[in-house]
Design a protein around this ligand. Structure first.
Ligand SMILES: [Zn+2]
Length: 277
């Protein structure tokens, strides 16, 4: 291993360690959570803007191509044997996305309607890829003891609201399944959700992937703020709200991003760029 290779391997492992990814969970401070809470409290929920299907699909393809090299690298670094994912666009206005099966990812129209930048959409796609890279789908199914369909509830709330705002038909059958899950019929409906720890790991790895792909993490964080501001009026039962509640999630993101930036400051940029390839 040449010196630059060794240094880049070190830089990458530093990024991964700081990014969490299961080995070293990132714990935001109480001050960071309070600051996140204040920001979310003063951020009004966004009005959805319908993005035409063809435009949304083009944006999704562009993001997928841009983050793929870094995602594949993270996957291979973990010994993944399937580091290619099938990414589909689903026009329903649900504010949600999925990682399911061995390689499937579905991004719903509601994400595109609420996003205000490509970075924000990229954050969601990188998060879903991270669930696959970290083997969360299989882990969740194993824990449940059944081969169920894992739903990634970004904000299951808001789905009906978005559909109404856009004048679209009510969201996909998925939302109904989630509501059945709320009624205690989760296993019967075949819908599971990732654990909060899995969600934090997926956010941390998503940040590392976006960073390595040259996306602006400050722009991407808008999606986390939006999830928090939309969840303010959330009546989803706590046990169903599998994603960390808004302020904790935003504070976790901030802590992960500071760690990535410290790692970058400690390493020459070309090494991080090299590490990302
Ligand atoms: Zn998730």
């Amino acid at each position: 291993m040449t010196l630059p290779r060794l240094a880049s391997a070190f830089a990458l492992s530093l990024v991964l360690a700081l990014g969490g990814c299961g080995e070293e969970p990132v714990r935001p401070s109480a001050e960071a959570i309070a600051a996140a809470q204040a920001e979310i409290a003063r951020t009004p929920p966004r009005q959805p803007r319908l993005m035409p299907s063809d435009e949304a699909q083009a944006v999704l393809r562009r993001i997928d191509q841009r983050i793929r090299p870094a995602a594949v690298k993270e996957c291979r670094a973990r010994g993944g044997d399937r580091c290619a994912w099938s990414v589909a666009y689903e026009p329903a206005a649900t504010f949600n996305a999925f990682a399911s099966g061995r390689d499937r990812i579905v991004m719903f129209g509601g994400i595109f309607a609420l996003a205000r930048s490509e970075e924000e959409i990229a954050m969601v796609l990188a998060h879903e890829k991270a669930h696959h890279i970290l083997d969360h789908v299989a882990e969740t199914n194993r824990n449940a003891g059944i081969g169920a369909f894992v739903a990634d509830i970004l904000v299951s709330v808001g789905a009906v609201w978005i559909a109404q705002e856009l004048g679209l038909p009510l969201p996909a059958a998925l939302v109904d399944s989630l509501r059945s899950a709320a009624a205690g019929a989760g296993a019967q409906a075949g819908v599971l959700a990732f654990s909060i720890e899995n969600e934090k790991e997926a956010d941390a790895l998503a940040a590392a992937i976006l960073h390595a792909s040259g996306y602006d993490l400050d722009a991407a964080r808008g999606m986390i703020v939006t999830m928090g501001s939309m969840a303010k009026g959330d009546r989803t039962p706590n046990f169903l709200r599998t994603h960390p509640a808004g302020p904790e999630r935003l504070a976790h993101w901030e802590t992960v991003v500071s760690g990535l930036r410290r790692a970058q400051a400690a390493s020459p940029p070309q090494l991080l760029a090299d590490a990302a390839r």
